[in-house]
Design a protein around this ligand. Structure first.
Ligand SMILES: Cc1ncc(COP(=O)(O)O)c(C=O)c1O
Length: 389
């Protein structure tokens, strides 16, 4: 009776079973991977949100499949503040970046087609692709002098490959898609007739001293769609607004917009109140983003100090951008063993394999958003767990 799209329903592994057991016994778990800004105390006050959610938005709907002009104009301003002209006519609002991906998969792929995705990366696309009947083929990023870059030998397209995803900057590695990789991706996409999907949700969170690569929304040669949204850009995941910026050659962009309009019109999924609030949210988000960047930098330096003082042969990987810290584990320490021991201490984090980190070493992925005291306490528990692993 059921479609095969949901056949992937995963059986819980030893780690998720142990976590569930601890939670069901009402034992505390400090989640060192929690990247929800609200849990870390970042977000808008009710009064602020109330003043942005204009009353007229609650009274009537003026359906525009692309999203209200006032919201698209504010997104175009967001890009011009980053030095790139994006026409409001080439913008589509969706209910999240995730929904934007699903619309692009619908537009570009037939069931059974394939999309290339970077590895390591945040494990978001497996389910989104499966729901569209699309297969994913990973292409590995490698570390070259401390930087994550595309290994050209890893880029392979078959007759059913339709698109290639890149993440600028990536979660969890924080690596930007720099000039070298943009040239590589452009040439590869043009050669094989692929579209590029460029996810830029973490664009505004460069690490201190890192050279930020900037948005790729100004691409003119190859069909390219930039995805982003309020959840990270304006620290407002609860409002459920994302967008797609259509870039690339004019004819292709025009045809993309015509097709995307059909998809968006079928759902009209972004509520009017959130669309009307968007200009205020985008205009006023910078202090919140700055506070997050400062918190992330503070926890990152706590993590580095902890590594230096602990004597464990661990290392903190460079973080060009983003909210996550990556800890490489001492040789021979297994991610699963360590995390099971950490759970005994009431600590949870994400194993590197969850993101497809290279199997040559163990890694823990930690959220650097956490309250600094909770983060330090978590590291103490991790220290005890490491000594037992
Ligand atoms: C790289 C990346 N893209 C997209 C998303 C999802 O964004 P949204 O909340 O807009 O669906 C996430 C979530 O953390 C992410 O890490």
């Amino acid at each position: 009776m059921f479609s095969k799209r949901l056949d992937f329903a995963a059986t819980p592994n030893a780690l998720s079973k142990a976590k569930a057991k601890r939670l069901s016994a009402n034992l505390p778990v400090l989640d060192l991977a929690d990247a929800n800004p609200a849990s870390a105390g970042f977000g808008w006050s009710v009064a602020e949100l109330g003043s942005f959610l204009r009353k007229e938005g609650l009274q009537r709907q003026e359906p525009d499949p692309r999203g209200l002009a006032v919201a698209r104009g504010a997104i175009a301003d967001y890009y011009s503040a980053r030095g790139v002209r994006v026409s409001p006519d080439r913008l589509f609002l969706s209910a999240s970046t995730s929904e934007g991906y699903s619309w692009l998969f619908k537009m570009l792929c037939d069931p059974g087609d394939e999309v290339l995705v970077p590895e390591p990366a945040y494990p978001l696309l497996e389910v989104l692709a499966a729901l569209e009947g699309v297969a994913l083929r990973p292409y590995r990023l490698t570390q070259l002098a401390g930087e994550w870059v595309i290994d050209p030998a890893q880029l392979k397209a078959g007759s059913r490959t339709k698109a290639i995803v890149c993440i600028n900057p990536s979660n969890p590695t924080g690596a930007y898609v720099g000039r070298r990789d943009r040239d590589l991706l452009r040439a590869f996409a043009l050669k094989h007739g692929l579209a590029i999907l460029c996810d830029e949700v973490f664009l505004d969170y460069p690490g201190a001293g890192a050279a930020a690569a900037g948005t790729w929304a100004d691409e003119t040669q190859v069909a390219l769609y930039v995805l982003s949204g309020l959840s990270k850009v304006a620290v407002a995941p609860q409002l459920k607004v994302g967008w797609i910026a259509v870039a690339g050659p004019a004819n292709h962009a025009l045809e993309s917009c015509r097709r995307l309009e059909h998809i968006a019109d079928a759902f009209l999924s972004v509520n009017t109140g959130a669309q009307l609030a968007l200009p205020d949210l985008l205009r006023r988000a910078e202090p919140l983003r700055a506070a997050i960047r400062a918190r992330v930098a503070q926890n990152e330096s706590t993590l580095k100090d902890w590594v230096a003082a602990s004597g464990h042969p661990c290392a903190v990987l460079p973080r060009p951008a983003g909210w996550m810290g990556i800890l490489s584990l001492p040789p021979g320490v297994s991610e699963e063993r360590l995390l099971l021991n950490a759970l005994d201490e009431g600590i949870w984090a994400h194993p590197g394999y969850f993101y497809g980190m290279p199997a040559t070493s163990g890694y823990l992925i930690l959220s650097l958003l956490l309250d600094p005291t909770a983060f330090s306490d978590g590291l103490k528990g991790l220290d005890r767990a490491l000594r037992r692993s």
